[in-house]
Design a protein around this ligand. Sequence first.
Ligand SMILES: [Zn+2]
Ligand SMILES: [Zn+2]
Length: 334
Amino acid sequence: MPEIRKHYFLSEYCIIAEERAKRPSDFAGAAEDSGKSGSENCIFCGGEEEKTPLATAVYKNRKIFADTSEERIRNWDFRCFPNLYPALSSVPEHPEHPEIGLHAEPGYGFHEIIVESPLHGRKLEDFSDPELSGLMHVYRDRTCNYITREKILYVSLFKNSGKAAGASINHSHSQLVALPFCPPQVERELKVIREKERCPYCAMFDKEKTSSRLIFENSECIAFTPYSSMGPFEVWILPRKHVSFLGDCKDKTLFALGDILRDVLKSYRKVLGNLPFNHMFYQLFKTPEYHLNLRLLPRLTINAGFELNTGTYINTVSPERAASYLRGDLTPGK
Ligand SMILES: [Zn+2]
Ligand SMILES: [Zn+2]
């Protein structure tokens, strides 16, 4: 049973979840991140529905269904089900051996898998407009479904793509972890945002819209390499409209976010090949000061002693240069 443990004296947490060590990987034997690991035995493929927990939300022709123990929905577009090896549990037990003077609490929360296509090997950057719009609606729906639950304070919505980015199954999927606490770095951000007269993300939008770090722009969003990027080719996506979570996004903004995400992924592939990366939504519910943003980080470097020791990252590609590669102005190696 998972357990949430607090740091000795800071409001920082870790989750102890030993069950997760048992999760299988389909990367074994396949060339790492070749994107070609076989579809044999893939439990996320269409037709293999029996191999996962019952789906809590199945999207088919824009309607939502749920599996029952009698019937599993087939021919779906997107399929969401509880992670078989969850980091948190919706019915957690109390920690078995609480230690005096240290804080531990039941590992309450939700951990869901969002399978983005029934087809093995189908990637987000190749999605058609209807597929992309469908996925963005699923992201919004699932965020709203969990962010409004009792005791849930943060919804972490993210994608690990490639083994080096933490994926254990090479079939395109995202994950959602609903937490009973707000992550300390988001708390820290929020404290500073509340001290400012104007939203720093709105100011960032105005600054980056005309900077040399701008990569793409559409009617609703910009994609840019942040001024103090923590790694090569880090990209942030910001909506022009000040919205604090996906639930506040109208359809037009939602699609524009997905569209620019697809553009960034396409240019990653063009410039960097089939690289491992994470994308992560930063969003807060009932916190109008916050400004929704989406961050992408290719996993080209390993956090080593210095980064872990100082929380400071050494980036070997300036964000200005990375942006010119991603826009297509420069070709790597030149
Ligand atoms: Zn598959
Ligand atoms: Zn803002």
